[in-house]
Write a protein that binds this ligand. Structure first.
Ligand code: ATR
Length: 281
């Protein structure tokens, strides 16, 4: 029988998740449905109660509810607690359990890009210390890296994030200026800030003067699909990727948690790219 899944956020109108999940339900012959629900912060508590009454089998959580939902759930997985945010809820034995597939999704997409099984000998630089950085930095350090450096405009926020990651790896905080001078020291550099996102296409999170050939440079931005920073990195011989891979993988992991089925990542990616193409027309 068809089951109901969904998304809560505010706003949710431009989310590509309904298209991605409903497309995959259809392609796999599942009669489930994924519905976006726009809930303001004031409506969150009643909204989550309503989701439970509807017997919804799982849902995604997006801005601004990823932190506020935590106390409203029956259980929250440790990784999501470390990140301090829930992006996916699933139902098991009558309980609504919070997890976070953003960080894990990013990690898996990075392993695929690099064609490696782990990051144990990699030195990683994360630029930014906001919500996206927390997911990426925590999941990467839980998986194990040689070292993790977090660079942020507000140093204190980077220091707070390193204190969580310290439990899993060698982590330190730095300024953007210092990171810029140490670029050649890193194997993987990840931009989690919105610098370079449309319409500010000319901006870059860091100058790339000291970038080594062969470094992996990843930008979580997908609007535009290739930021100026990614384009220049590629010109300097870096291996680059945009934020589509993480978006697709976090969705695929949620899909697997909910249905037990393996979605076709390539088909999901194509659906998202088609939608983005439509937006920019
Ligand atoms: P998200 O949840 O998408 O990560 P966020 O929590 O608002 O968004 O975090 C945005 C990140 O981008 C922060 O690290 C922010 O730096 P501060 O902590 O100093 O605010 C960074 N950021 C955004 N705009 C920036 C800019 N113009 N220059 C430098 N850093 C910027």
């Amino acid at each position: 029988m068809g089951k109901l899944y969904g998304l809560i956020g505010h706003p949710v109108g431009h989310s590509m998740s309904p298209l991605m999940h409903n497309g995959e339900f259809k392609a796999l012959g599942l009669s489930h449905h994924y519905q976006a629900f726009d809930l303001s912060p004031e409506q969150l508590e009643d909204g989550v109660e309503a989701m439970k009454m509807l017997d919804i089998q799982g849902f995604n959580v997006t801005i601004p509810h990823k932190v506020a939902i935590i106390p409203l759930l029956d259980e929250v997985e440790q990784e999501a607690l470390d990140i301090g945010a829930v992006n996916t809820v699933y139902k098991r034995d009558g309980k609504y359990i919070g997890t976070n597939t953003d960080g894990k999704g990013y990690l898996l997409s990075l392993l695929t890009l690099m064609k490696v099984k782990d990051l144990k000998n990699k030195r990683v630089l994360v630029i930014g210390a906001g919500g996206a950085a927390r997911a990426v930095a925590v999941s990467i350090s839980r998986a194990g890296v040689l070292s993790l450096t977090i660079a942020n405009r507000t140093l204190e926020k980077a220091e707070n994030l390193t204190s969580v990651c310290h439990a899993y790896t060698t982590a330190n905080a730095t300024t953007l200026q210092e990171a810029e001078m140490m670029l050649s020291h890193f194997d993987i550099i990840i931009n989690t800030t919105s610098i370079g996102m449309s319409p500010h296409l000319d901006r870059m999170p860091l100058s790339l003067e000291d970038l080594n050939k062969g470094t992996v440079v990843s930008d979580l931005i997908y609007n535009p699909l290739e930021t100026k920073w990614m384009r220049l990195s590629k010109q300097k011989g870096a291996v680059t990727d945009n934020g589509i891979s993480m978006f697709v993988e976090q969705g695929a992991l949620a899909f697997e948690k909910w249905t037990g089925e393996t979605p076709d990542r390539e088909r999901m990616r194509n659906a998202v790219l088609k939608e983005l193409g439509g937006y920019s027309c």
